[in-house]
Design a protein around this ligand. Sequence first.
Ligand SMILES: *Cc1c(COP(=O)(O)O)cnc(C)c1O
Length: 247
Amino acid sequence: MSNVVEENLKTVKEQMELACRLSGRDAQEVQLLLATKTVPLEKLQMAMQAGETLFGENKAQELRGKFPLMEQYNRVEWHFIGHLQTNKVKDVVKYVTLIHSVDRLRLGEALHQQLLKENKTMNILMQVNTSYEESKFGVPPELALELVEQLSQFETLNIKGLMTIGKLNATNEETRHCFRLLRSIQAQIREKNLPRVEMDVLSMGMSGDFQVAIEEGATIIRVGTKVFGERYLPDSYYWNENARQDD
Ligand SMILES: *Cc1c(COP(=O)(O)O)cnc(C)c1O
C-alpha cells in the first residue's frame, strides 16, 4: 500500500532521473535530501519506510526533537541546512554529518572552538547568497574566496563544497544564473588548492528548481514541499533577517 509521501517521492525521483538523463549525468551523482522543517513525524516515518535516509533541518530545536525519534532507523543521516546561530553550534554538531550553511567567519570560529573541545572534525559547506536577496543568508559571491580562505585555517573543518538557495519565484533563467554563479565560485576556489577544501559538493535546488540545479551540476538537492506538501509556517520564519540580530 502506498501513501502520499511515497507517491510524491516516486514523482520527484522520476523527475531527478529525467533531469540527469537530459543533461548527460549519472543519476548516482545526485543525492536527494529531504527538507523536514515543520514536517510531522508520521510523514518523516513514511519517507523513511520508503527507503529515504538523508534529512535536513533548519533549526537546532526541531533537530533535537526529531533526532531521538528517528534513531531507531539506523541508516538515517541528518544535515543542518538552516541559518546557524553561534549559540546553537554545540547542539548541532552532536547530530549532523554535514552543515550546509556556514556563511561567516564568526560561525566558523564558534564551530572550531566547539569541535576542538570535543576533539572532533566536521564536514561543512559554505553558503553563498547567489541571488543577492536580503531575505536569505549566505556570504555575498564577491566575498566567497576570502571567507573560504579564512575558514580553511580551522583544522577541525572539512570544507566539502558550496550551498545556495536560488532566486525564488524567478524564471528558470534567473535561477540558472544563481546556480552557474555557484559553480563558477566552486571552480575559482578549486584553483586555490586550499588545505581541507575539496569542493566536490554543490548543494542547490529545491522543489521549484531542482531540475535546473541538476542541469547545472547539483550533487545534493534539498526538497521539502514536493514530497511533504505545503508547510504551515512561511519560509520567512526560517529565513528572516531578524535572526541576524543575535549573531
Ligand atoms: C525549506 C528549505 C528547502 C526545501 O524547500 P522546498 O521549496 O519546500 O522544497 C531547501 N533548502 C532550505 C535551506 C530550506 O530551508
